[in-house]
Write a protein that binds this ligand. Structure first.
Ligand code: KMH
Ligand code: ZN
Length: 270
């Protein structure tokens, strides 16, 4: 089977240091967490950043610092968020793309997100996709519900996204598609046959969804953005979550991709 790409979603926008002391929030902490996750077997780090008070921000300069801290410590593919946090403007969210990271997320539809609404209107999708084209950044389509795949394929049909396609199937966000095996299979069946995909289960669904992803030939995202526990009541680090996936995958005879192998699978520039 193809090698497994593990994405470590290191920090996100919702979890706070008060929830877990393992959460990296400063650029330096994000750099250290990325190096540990990469050492453990992650080949992509998906990042958000925080301001000095620990609040989510899409500030370009803070992303620049975080990317620098990561790049001086490891060879991981850096994937910046353009989702940011619920309620942020499009202008704020798109900022890190101009830093030319290798990848950025592209959420392709509006969806309820806990008690808020994660806004991704039709014009905004096109604006974000064009910005990624302009800076040579590969989008990862973030799919929180099934209709978002059709929206992503519309962007492809219109030429706003070209080349190899990669999707992140996120299951278990309250308000979006529930994390069940049937739903994962349904999402995968909507994808073009030559696309690649990652699965991200939220909270206690992270582990079972990851195991399904390994079995089905997809790729896996774990990390504190989506889940802060190793098991019920036991807080953990990003690296420990990655290590567990590496162990399970190897037991199932599926080797784990290095960052450069992941670059080849995802057809990234470099
Ligand atoms: N924080 C969520 C509202 C992304 O990184 O692109 C959106 C999110 C998706 O985390
Ligand atoms: Zn994110």
């Amino acid at each position: 089977m193809n090698k497994l790409i593990i994405t470590a979603a290191l920090v996100g926008a919702e979890v706070r240091k008060e929830d877990t002391p393992y959460l990296p929030t400063s650029p330096e902490e994000i750099g250290v967490a990325a190096a540990e996750a990469c050492e453990a077997g992650a080949s992509i780090v998906h990042i958000h950043v925080r301001d000095a008070q620990g609040n989510p921000t899409q500030d370009r300069e803070i992303y620049r610092l975080a990317m620098e801290e990561i790049q001086k410590r490891c060879n991981a593919i850096i994937q910046v968020s353009t989702g940011g946090a619920v309620g942020m403007s499009s202008e704020e969210r798109i900022q890190p793309v101009s830093l030319r990271p290798e990848m950025a997320t592209l959420s392709t539809g509006t969806v309820n997100f806990g008690s808020g609404v994660f806004m991704n209107g039709p014009d905004q999708l096109i604006t974000f996709a064009k910005e990624m084209q302009k800076y040579g950044v590969k989008p990862e389509f973030e799919i929180f519900d099934v209709g978002m795949i059709a929206n992503a394929l519309y962007l492809v049909k219109k030429g706003y996204v070209t080349g190899h396609l990669h999707f992140d199937l996120v299951l278990g966000v309250p308000g979006a598609i529930p994390a069940t095996p049937e739903n994962l299979l349904h999402l995968v069946r909507q994808l073009p046959s030559d696309a690649t995909w990652t699965v991200a289960g939220i909270g206690r669904y992270q582990l079972p969804m990851a195991v399904l992803g390994i079995v089905l030939g997809g790729h896996v995202r774990v990390g504190l953005e989506d889940n802060i526990y190793y098991r019920k009541g036991e807080l953990t680090s990003n690296a420990k979550l990655v290590e567990r996936i590496v162990r399970i995958s190897r037991e199932m005879d599926r080797e784990v991709a290095t960052p450069d192998e992941a670059r080849a699978i995802l057809q990234l520039r470099k």
